[in-house]
Design a protein around this ligand. Sequence first.
Ligand SMILES: Nc1nc2c(ncn2[C@@H]2O[C@H](COP(=O)(O)OP(=O)(O)OP(=O)(O)O)[C@@H](O)[C@H]2O)c(=O)[nH]1
Ligand SMILES: [Mg+2]
Length: 373
Amino acid sequence: MSDNLIIGLGNTGTNIVKAISQSTLLEDVKLYSIDSVAASVDLSSIDRINVIPIISDEKSGSGRNRDRGRAMFEFHESQGAFKGLYAVAKQAKTPVLVITSGAGGTGSGATVPLCKSLKAQGIQVIPIIIAPNKKDPAAFHLNTNDLYIDLGEIGIETYSIFENRRGDADYGPVNQEVVNFVEVIFGKKYDATELDSIDDSDLDVILNTPGRLIAVQAEANKIQTLQKEITMKVFSGFQPVWKSEEVGVNTLMTAFSLKFMFADEDFGDVFAGIRERIDPPKKDEDSVVYDEYRNIVKDDNDGMASATLIIAGLPRSEIKIIDTEYKEATSLGDNIKRSRRPSFMNKKKASVIDTESEMIDGKPNRMKDFIWE
Ligand SMILES: Nc1nc2c(ncn2[C@@H]2O[C@H](COP(=O)(O)OP(=O)(O)OP(=O)(O)O)[C@@H](O)[C@H]2O)c(=O)[nH]1
Ligand SMILES: [Mg+2]
């Protein structure tokens, strides 16, 4: 069976790929990091992560400039730097995940041509975007909004968003939450069972649902604690929640799992609070949850109770009027305007010149051909 593939872009993407490399459940996942700086992956994870630098001239980084991030990616793509990666992607189990911060320049800019190339090769790709929090500077938000528009324009339908915490520079917890998300959506948390189960094909349907996707997992030694824990993760965790007014607007796909000695008896209780919020009791209308997949595993589980959930088809932010017809989520780029930046920030553009390259060790030094001015 083919392996999953995850590509981290920029500093954030690379850090999260590093965190993923520590997960024992994700040992068989192929990991790539693409960044515009030299040594972002250290010796401890270098064996696990394929690093492709996109440094294009004497300056590393992008200066939080998405155009430059994109230009550096495209320059290296034109040089054939991603041939190996694309060959791996063609063989990989889909979806391929692309992880980036929205706020920077390198990841936020390079994600678009990367997703576009993967899509053009018929590969399903789900971007995971780490968004800034409300108090972060305007430039962070402009870059993130522009990324949404760009991804919407290239036809990305299924995506996931995490939000950094306010004033927090310890990214460990949010990065770990992305690791947990990946474990769930790659099916690593589902055990074989005689009761309801979730298999690869079920996941395939869920992960093809247009709209925003969230996934969480929690563990506790008491059912009541687990119920609180998983409810809190959904409603006050790192993945933006939906407002209660938005409930019942989109057609959602859901998947719930519980592994516990009394999983069959307690399944309903664990998810009751969450189900109530996604599909409140209605009088005359049909349910807006289109389907619910379940994995119920009656297992001692060393006395622990473990739960996961996936909800797909969530709105990015706006709400829609409730409708009994099948309704897809707003597309990623809907209702946001492309932002304008101070003109001093837009002075530089990339161009590639094809001169007689300076020779270094008998090879042309293509770094002189990328002009950013
Ligand atoms: N969750 C998370 N956020 C991070 C991490 N590192 C930086 N950030 C945040 O990400 C944003 C900056 O994005 P980076 O990923 O550093 O940018 P980049 O893609 O390397 O692009 P450059 O601007 O060219 O450096 C800021 O909002 C930081 O607060 C990380 O490891 N995890
Ligand atoms: Mg960077």
